[in-house]
Design a binder for this molecule. Structure first.
Ligand code: 0A1
Ligand code: ZN
Length: 864
């Protein structure tokens, strides 16, 4: 197959306003694959029907393949032509059978889109536009077809043949090959097509749906990995039961298979009945996976499973509607995870993730609305805005509707749009109708980019007992959107008595929809303190005039766990910003609040571990108009050292080896482990002379990866002899485990040592480093680029190194390369020297001949 990467002279943009329905529909497809890594033959038989009254020819998308043959109703034709990347077939009637044959080369497919080889097996990835790299087809999500798939392959090399739907037949051939046929009765868009051929072992299970259908579940991996699949299988069963219980959604086929592959561009893919996963979101045992990995596996398994309804049964009309399936499905997987353990801790983690990835996106050059207006390359729009801000939009609607009405509105949506390709507007209209609420203004959340800023100040008149909360909002300017209108902000608010710590009245849901508004509270007899945006009910930035004392008060007394965490974060942030900008700040309030949190026996340890963690260097940087990475690093390290020293006894208690219990994956044990590694970090920051020895002891005696990696991370930022010992031992022990080696690379790329840029450049020469595997590339290159101090180290070597990696990676895998570019796009936020150096690298990328349109779009937009 020809190279599909294009030279971006003027890559064309696709616009939402240009949508037109497909001219031809394809109700049925039959595919016949003669599978071989070097040369795979694909024969496609498409039943096509004219859609409406027009005389346009059939246009099939491709990616540079040469059709070996084209027939219409069984007759070879020669009036087909290639226009751009499309195969154009003139058709006279209203219904025809069009057949094509192509040859493709999976083992030369380094982009990992379409049919490709991974670890000796063959697999597919078709979302968003990968199916056209397999065969000629109207590769757009609003063309829904039923698929019959036949695969033939060498039986010894590829004993397992899987595709979407249910297996219908199989057999052996005399030449050593075998074949299997699968049929998917549910009409689906081409991006949900999948097949897998390989030498795989399976962990089987069953799930009986509430209406009595017994579903055969299978998790397919290489046989050595089989013992690491129980957690994923358990999570799948939990997800299936949860979707029935919470959303009334049942599975609809007799089999549900998941295959894990090592080479994968994203996390996982929801192909109908045949999910394909990045192996990092399947494989786990205590020795190799952290608690974070276990949680992520359950969340991603749930996410892909939930797509069966929010994505597959109801899909997207066009890719501008991507958040229809992604925002809603993230919201659903967040609800699932919240129900498995501490809902408060889950909310804290999700908000931290939103602030780390989406807020910077929304305030930078790549900002775009949840429903974008245009794109050059759709792969660049699988973003935190579409996924995570999209989920926050659903959450706000759920908050405004309340649980019963939200469920009724979801039922209406599933019912009305089942089997169709829908829009974000369709979803909102169902929320409106099913929930009995007017969402006219709320729709601005879909069209306006940028994170709204809310300012809040509380005025109390002790004489009258009246308190007035003055609120104002502003949605900032973003690229292409200079003027914004006020949005609908559902803010959960409660007042507390500043003397007694008691709540003053119930929580209120205040809907701020004007540019400014006031909320009045009567009979407020005590000085009130306001708890704002509880549970992070609106994804906004709150600027309030609350004093350090008020924040410390809320950190102790708020009855909303998230708000308590938030008050603590704000207190820490104010202190760190003062220290970074003015050179000094009084740490007392933070030290006292952290001490009280550690001492509070009513709080679960997982919450405590989150609450006592300082905001990241990046997040502090995001609050400042000009980021001084070194000053931020210093301010944060100083505060860590102060906390480490002043609360030393408490940290020692939290990581006391005597308190260690045998590994168990329970919410309680996870919390204890998390706090243990946080405490170890504080002890190291305090300069305690035995900190490296303590870390080494934890590293060496750990019976699980969470403790081992926690200790390693602490050691890696220091200069002790234990550091090298731990790195060597870790490497030797896990030399055969790619997922753990990723941790080895990543931990070093995140080190806070001064020499990290040089060490990272050296690691790129390590025999185990390769850009060809996306996990490995992200572990080193991706991690380094978010290590604020290292990446922005004086001299600009980090920028040059990143650019070289991106350009090299772009030749293999444009999607992954483009996704690693955004840290360079923060150039406006740095001093003139850094800023110019970053710009120069972006300009170098744009000027490089032959770069992909993926990378071109990200780099050129970052310069605008
Ligand atoms: N729909 C998947 C995400 C996904 C998108 C593109 C991919 O290929 C490059 C792979 C996965 C999800 O939301 O999980
Ligand atoms: Zn998804």
């Amino acid at each position: 197959m020809a190279d599909a990467r294009t030279t971006p002279v003027t890559p064309a943009a696709t616009r939402r306003s240009d949508y037109t329905p497909p001219a031809w529909l394809v109700p049925q497809v039959a595919l016949d694959f003669a599978l071989d890594p070097v040369a795979t033959r694909v024969r496609a038989r498409l039943d096509v029907t004219r859609n409406g009254d027009h005389d346009t020819p059939l246009r099939l998308d491709g990616a540079g393949q040469v059709p070996l043959s084209v027939t219409v109703d069984g007759q070879a034709i020669n009036d087909w032509r290639i226009e751009g990347e499309q195969l154009v077939v003139p058709l006279s009637g209203d219904a025809h059978v069009v057949e094509t044959e192509v040859e493709i080369a999976p083992d030369r497919n380094t982009q990992l889109m379409g049919l490709y080889a991974s670890g000796g097996n063959l697999c597919t990835q078709c979302e968003a536009e990968g199916f056209r790299r397999i065969t000629w087809f109207p590769d757009r999500p609003d063309v829904l077809a039923t698929y019959r798939v036949k695969m033939t392959a060498d039986k010894a090399r590829f004993p397992v043949l899987l595709a979407n739907g249910d297996p219908v037949a199989q057999g052996d051939n005399a030449d050593g090959t075998h074949w299997a046929e699968w049929h998917d009765p549910w009409p689906k868009p081409s991006y949900l097509f999948a097949l897998v051929a390989g030498d795989l072992a399976v962990n089987r299970g069953t799930f009986t749906t509430r209406s009595g259908r017994e579903v055969q579940l299978g998790i397919w991996v290489r046989s050595a990995d089989l013992p690491k699949t129980d957690h994923a299988l358990g999570a799948l069963k939990l997800s299936m039961a949860w979707d029935e219980r919470v959303y009334g959604r049942e599975y609809d086929l007799d089999v549900f298979n998941i295959v894990a592959v090592d080479d994968f561009n994203f996390g996982a893919m929801e192909n109908k009945g045949l999910n394909i996963f990045n192996s990092r979101y399947i494989l786990a045992d205590p020795d190799t996976a952290t608690d974070y990995d276990y949680d992520a596996i359950a969340a991603v398994v749930a996410h892909e499973y939930f797509h069966n309804w929010s994505g597959n049964r109801i899909t997207c009309r066009d890719w501008f509607q991507l958040s229809l399936k992604e925002g809603f499905t993230v919201y659903r997987d967040q609800g699932f995870s919240a129900d498995q353990g501490s809902a408060a801790v889950k909310r804290i983690e999700d908000v931290r993730g939103l602030r780390a990835a989406q807020f910077p996106e929304d305030s930078g050059p790549l900002a775009h609305p949840v429903r974008p207006e245009s794109y050059i390359e759709i792969s660049n729009f699988y973003t935190a805005t579409i996924y995570n801000k999209g989920a926050e939009l659903i959450r706000m609607m759920a908050t405004m509707l309340g649980p019963q009405r939200f469920r009724a509105a979801c039922d209406l949506y599933f019912d009305r749009f089942d089997g169709t390709a829908a829009t974000c507007e369709d979803f909102v209209a169902c929320m409106e109708e099913g929930g009995g609420i007017d969402l006219t203004q709320f729709r601005l959340w879909y069209s306006q980019a940028g994170t709204p800023r809310v300012s809040a100040s509380l005025v109390h008149e002790p004489g009258s007992g009246r308190a007035t909360l003055n609120l104002a909002q502003k949605v900032p300017e973003t690229p292409g959107q200079p003027v914004k209108q006020p949005q609908v902000l559902p803010l959960r608010i409660r007042l507390f008595g500043g003397d007694t710590g008691q709540p003053l009245g119930d929580e209120q849901l205040v809907i701020l929809s004007d540019a400014s508004a006031s909320v009045t509270f009567e009979t407020v007899t005590e000085r009130p303190v306001v708890s704002l945006n509880r549970g992070f009910s609106a994804p906004v930035i709150v600027e309030s005039d609350r004093s350090a004392a008020d924040l410390a008060f809320l950190a102790r007394h708020d009855d909303d766990a998230f708000a308590r965490y938030e008050a603590m974060q704000q207190l820490m942030l104010d202190t760190l910003i003062a220290a970074a900008v003015e050179g000094e700040a009084d740490p007392r309030a933070v030290v006292d609040a952290v001490a009280d949190t550690l001492d509070d026996p009513t709080l679960d340890r997982a919450f405590v571990a989150e609450a006592v963690l300082l905001p990241s260097e990046n997040f502090i940087g995001d609050q400042l108009s000009i980021v001084d990475p070194e000053a931020i690093f210093r301010a944060r390290e100083d505060l860590r050292a102060t906390l480490g020293r002043e609360l030393e006894a408490r940290w020692r208690a939290a990581c006391d080896p005597a308190l260690r219990r045998p590994y168990a994956y329970t919410p309680e044990d996870k919390g204890i482990r998390r706090l243990r590694s946080v405490a170890l970090g504080y002890l190291a920051a305090s300069g305690a002379s035995d900190a490296p020895a303590l870390a080494w002891a934890q590293f060496e005696s750990a019976d699980n990866m969470t403790d081992r990696q926690g200790a390693l991370s602490t050691l890696v930022s220091g200069h002790s002899p234990e550091r090298e010992r731990a790195l060597d031992q870790f490497y030797t022990r896990y030399a055969d485990n790619p997922l753990v080696l990723d941790k080895w690379f990543q931990t070093q790329a995140l080190s806070s040592r001064d020499d990290t840029p040089a060490l990272v450049a050296e690691l790129a020469q390590h025999p185990d480093f390769t850009l060809a595997n996306p996990n490995r590339a992200r572990a080193l290159v991706g991690a380094f680029a978010v290590n604020q101090r290292a990446f922005h180290a004086e001299g600009g070597a980090g920028y040059r190194w990143l650019t070289e990696q991106l350009l090299a990676l772009d030749k293999l895998n444009p999607q992954t390369s483009a996704r690693l570019l955004p840290p360079l796009g923060r150039w406006r936020r740095f001093d003139p020297v850094r800023s110019a150096a970053m710009r120069a690298e972006l300009e170098r990328i744009v000027a490089t001949p032959g770069i992909s349109k993926d990378l071109f779009e990200q780099a050129s937009k970052s310069l605008e």
